[in-house]
Design a binder for this molecule. Structure first.
Ligand code: ATP
Length: 961
């Protein structure tokens, strides 16, 4: 037993709470018309999540709620609970008993429960899929719907076989997979578009990035070469300084030693030399000052030299910046020109597009005008044809009249000829005789004329003249006689000719009338010919117009094509302009930046020049002071010389020592200057580097001692790098970073694309696997049902044969299923030609053939036996009984034999009008058995039915690795 019980409250005519217990085997649901039997079936369908109200015989879903009677008000809720035994685990739920509830409120809200747990309709439908109970399955066969199995389209019958094959769920899965596939395909298309866009950015930025990386590399190289060159210079200065310090120390020692010696000599020479000494000291002081001034001057000079070098570099830089500015400006001008050119082209194309549109309009108007002309011409031709019709009618009248007149003429002629005794032979003889007499007279007259002409030409004697005269008299007498003969034969001829011809030909005669009609007919024909010519002319005009229209259409099509192409060209031009504008903006930004840089550098150059001027002023002032001091020293020298002269006993040694001291002093000063200069150089090199790179050269002290490349080589490399750097032109400084970002995005999208592709392939594969499996399952089930159907048909009809055939065996998963049936003693017929009862029995055979393969756990059969005669009802009940042990049957019937086949009866009444009530009855087995018609079918033997031929199964996808 599958269905245990049903609780209905407020559903259709079940206003009161109603509980129905179902029994095993066959239950007959009985009751008078309209008592609510089918409502029980509806309630079961409804609780199993039927969503189409029409399938419940209701306009809208709320109509299933009890809507009241004369005595009872309507209810606001309908609720049905179906309790199912699941001890065999038919339903995929780990519960022995499953109660499914559906509740609907008038507001339209509804609820579902599975064992009191809220659930959704889809969950409920899925629960029953492939059990024979699911949507569109064969567990509910309703009143008058049984033979719809046969009358529905071959494709619509598949549901029976699919449900029996247990592939309804797979079908839903394939449909879902295909929807998912479509979604995935759309998703892939979107990713492809996005990837295309990113790839474009990727390519552009890749090129820019490579350029910028080169830019950075060159910049770094330049910096390192300049750093190394600076370090080499610094290293030289530092070495020089150390050397100078060493030498200075030695010279100082030597000088101090000599000075000591001089002092000693001086002390010994004279103390009077104090004055000289004082002067000498003064001179030394001055010399020291002069030395300091010299050093100061050298320092300044070196500074000026450095600054000048820097100014030179600065100038180079300014020149290069100016060069870059004008190069960018040139590019801007070129781009601007291109934009202007493109704008002009765009303008021109827009103009052309407008021209094309105008042409299209004018051609469309031409087509309309020509079409209108064709319609007018057709209308004219129609009216002319009507005229022809009228003329033809008229002519037919005339021809009738003519035929009547011709008839009259013939009969009249006949009568007159008879009256006149006309004989064609007599007329011919009379005519010949008349002609002969005329000829004879003519010959006679010609002969006499010749004779008398001869007489007239001769001179006749009187005798001859008398003879001639009497001959003449004879001749006239003879001529008179012959004339009389002619007259007689003329009369004869006239008598033989019919006199009524004249009457026929007279203006009021019948022939004149006939001619009149002939003329009218001819005129009528001429008119028709004329009109036909007019029609022909209209036709030829129309075909000319049609040719023209076709030409116009061709031109129009070409114009439309041109329009599209032009539109595309305009879009391309617009895009080109946009690209150029973007390029222009980029270049303008670079120009602005370069100009800013130029401005800053110019400012720095000006400051440098100011500084150089200031240093030069300071140098002039130092030189002035030096000169004054030198003058003072000359004076002192002179005074000392004077004093020395006055000092006696000045020894040569002292002079020599002094010379020696002077030599060392000079060396000392020179070295001091060099040392000073080296210091300055070191300071300047460091300061310049600090100014240029904002970094301290001290940081690179270690590097300084590791440089092995000679300066000349470094300079060459530096100039190469600068050249390469300048050749790069403008760069997008952020390109590498932007490129990395886009690259990352591109990679992400690619991974996304690959993942989507994998899931697409997976879906295709899943769908193919399901299809292949489903096809195999379907074919197996179909072949079984095919065999069962034939034998069940024979069983029910006591012979005959029935056949199932796949309409399209090459497409087994969509093929329709044709049904052929041949009741015994009849021809194999299309099922449409079967009688109502035969149809029902054939459908029942198919239904039971299906149950044999996959019995539905329960079946509701609502009056499917209505069209069957007694004998067929017996066969039906026998078949039903043979399935009663496998499935549970609830049969609504008015047929006693069917009722007697049931083991349980449920009565439905309407004690209170409009409200259904259940009464349970149980039949006595013996009474029941006694009424059943004999089941004498034991000797029945199944026949073999070959499997369907020519079936093509979808290939199985290769096994997954
Ligand atoms: N929402 C509703 N509220 C109250 N009564 C309803 C509602 N819907 C249908 N009915 C009633 O149910 C009855 C029809 O019931 P049903 O079709 O089940 O009868 P039946 O026993 O199958 O009859 P038959 O033997 O003629 O096929 C009708 O009287 C109809 O008025």
């Amino acid at each position: 037993m599958f269905l245990k019980s049903l609780d209905i409250h407020g559903f259709k005519s079940f206003a009161d709470k109603t509980h129905i217990d179902f029994a095993e085997g066959i239950t007959a649901l009985l009751g008078p018309n309209g008592c609510g039997k089918s409502n029980v079936v509806d309630s079961i369908k409804w609780v199993l999540a039927e969503r189409n109200s029409k399938n419940l015989r209701a306009e809208k879903m709320e109509d299933v709620i009890f809507n009241g009677t004369e005595r009872r008000p309507a209810l606001n809720t309908a609720e049905v609970t179906l309790t199912i035994a699941n001890d065999k685990g038919l339903l995929p739920l780990d519960e022995e008993e499953i109660a499914i509830t559906r509740r609907l409120y008038r507001s339209g809200d509804q609820e579902y429960f599975i064992n009191k747990r809220p659930a959704g309709p889809t969950e409920i439908r899925r629960l029953f899929m492939d059990t024979g109970v699911g949507k569109a399955a064969y567990s509910v066969m309703e009143q008058g719907k049984i033979d719809q199995i046969l009358s529905s389209k071959p494709e619509d019958r598949r549901y029976l076989f699919e449900e029996a094959a247990g592939i309804s769920r797979s079908k839903a899965e394939v449909a879902e997979a295909e929807r998912e596939l479509e979604r995935t395909r759309q998703n892939m298309t979107q990713i492809e578009i996005a990837m295309g866009e990113i790839k474009r950015q990727y390519d552009t930025l890749k090129v820019q990035s490579e350029k910028t990386i080169k830019y950075r590399k060159f910049k770094e190289d330049i910096y390192l070469y300049e750093l190394d060159l600076t370090l080499l210079r610094l290293k030289n200065f530092v070495t020089d300084k150390a050397r100078h310090e060493e030498e200075l120390k030695k010279v100082q020692e030597k000088r101090d030693k000599v000075r000591q010696e001089i002092e000693e000599i001086n002390n010994t020479i004279s103390e009077n030399m104090d004055k000289v000494k004082a002067m000498q000291e003064d001179l030394y002081n001055k010399q020291a000052k002069l030395l300091a001034i010299g050093q100061e001057k050298n320092g300044k000079l070196e500074l000026i030299k450095q600054q000048n070098q820097q100014a030179l570099l600065m100038k180079e830089k300014l020149n290069s910046l100016e060069g870059r500015c004008s190069a960018i400006q040139e590019r801007i001008d070129t781009v601007q020109e291109e934009i202007d050119e493109n704008n002009a082209i765009l303008h021109e194309k827009n103009k052309q597009l407008n021209d094309i549109k105008t042409n299209i309009e004018s051609f469309q108007k031409n087509i309309e005008t020509s079409s209108r002309q064709i319609t007018d011409n057709d209308r004219k031709a129609d009216s002319l044809r009507t005229q022809i019709g009228q003329l033809e009618e008229e002519r037919a009248g005339l021809q009738k009249e003519l035929a009547a007149i011709t008839e009259d003429i013939v009969s009249m002629l006949d009568a007159k000829l008879k009256d006149a005794g006309f004989s064609e032979g007599a007329l011919r003889i009379a005519k010949e005789e008349l002609e002969q007499n005329f000829a004879k007279l003519k010959i006679f007259l010609d002969g006499r004329k010749n004779i008398f002409s001869d007489y007239a030409a001769r001179k006749l004697s009187a005798e001859e003249a008398g003879k001639t005269a009497s001959e003449a008299v004879e001749a006239f007498e003879e001529a008179g006689r012959q004339m009389a003969e002619v007259e007689a034969s003329l009369k004869k001829y006239q008598d033989a000719s019919p006199a009524f011809i004249t009457e026929f030909l007279s203006p009021e005669g019948i022939m004149t009338k006939k001619r009149g009609i002939d003329d009218k007919i001819n005129q009528n024909r001429d008119k028709v010919d004329d009109i036909n010519n007019q029609i022909k002319e209209l036709h030829s005009k129309n075909s000319e117009l049609t040719t023209k229209i076709n030409e116009y259409r061709d031109t129009l099509q070409k114009l439309k094509l041109n329009e599209i192409q032009m539109q595309e060209q305009i879009t391309a031009s617009q895009n080109q302009i946009n690209t150029l504008n973007r390029q222009l903006t980029g270049e303008q930004t670079t120009l602005r930046e370069t100009q800013d840089e130029l401005y800053v550098e110019t400012k720095r150059a000006e400051e440098l020049n100011e500084q150089i001027n200031q240093y030069q002023d300071e140098l002039a002032e130092i030189e002035y002071r030096g000169k004054q001091l030198a003058d003072e020293m000359n004076k002192l020298d002179e005074e000392i010389a004077k004093a020395n002269k006055s000092v006696s006993g000045k020894s040569d040694t002292l002079d020599k020592k002094r010379e020696e001291q002077n030599k060392y002093q000079e060396q000392f000063e020179r070295l001091s200057l060099s040392l000073n200069s080296a210091d300055n150089d070191i300071r300047n090199v460091k300061q310049n580097f600090q100014d240029q790179y904002s970094r301290d050269l001290i940081e690179f002290e270690e590097r300084m001692y590791k440089i092995t490349t000679p300066a000349t080589e470094l300079r060459e490399k530096l100039s190469e790098a600068k050249k390469d750097f300048a050749a790069l032109g403008s760069v997008n400084l952020m390109a590498p970073e932007e490129f990395n970002e886009v690259k990352e995005r591109y990679e992400r999208q690619r991974t996304n694309y690959e993942d989507t592709q994998k899931s697409l392939e997976n879906l295709v594969r899943v769908s193919e696997e399901i299809k292949s499996k489903s096809a195999e399952m379907f074919l197996e089930t179909y072949n079984q049902i095919k065999k069962n159907f034939h034998n069940m048909f024979r069983r029910l009809f006591n012979g005959g044969r029935a056949e199932l055939k796949l309409a399209d065996p090459a497409n087994i998963l969509s093929s329709g299923i044709d049904i052929y049936a041949q009741p015994p003693g009849k021809k194999l017929e299309n099922i449409a030609l079967l009688s109502g009862g035969e149809k029902t029995m054939t459908a029942v055979a198919l239904l039971f053939a299906t149950y044999q393969v996959r019995p539905s756990p329960f079946c509701l059969l609502d009056e499917i036996d209505a069209a069957l005669d007694d004998k067929n009802v017996s066969s039906f009940v026998t078949a039903l009984e043979s399935f009663a042990s496998v499935s549970q049957y609830i049969v609504i019937t008015h047929n006693k034999k069917t009722v007697m086949g049931a083991s349980t009866m449920l009565g439905i009444t309407m004690e209170e009008s409009g409200v259904s009530k259940i009464i349970a009855l149980r039949l006595d087995e013996d009474i029941k058995r006694g009424t059943i018609v004999d089941h004498n079918q034991d000797d029945f033997k199944d026949e073999e039915v070959p499997d369907e031929e020519g079936v093509v199964l979808p290939p199985r996808p290769p096994k997954r690795v």
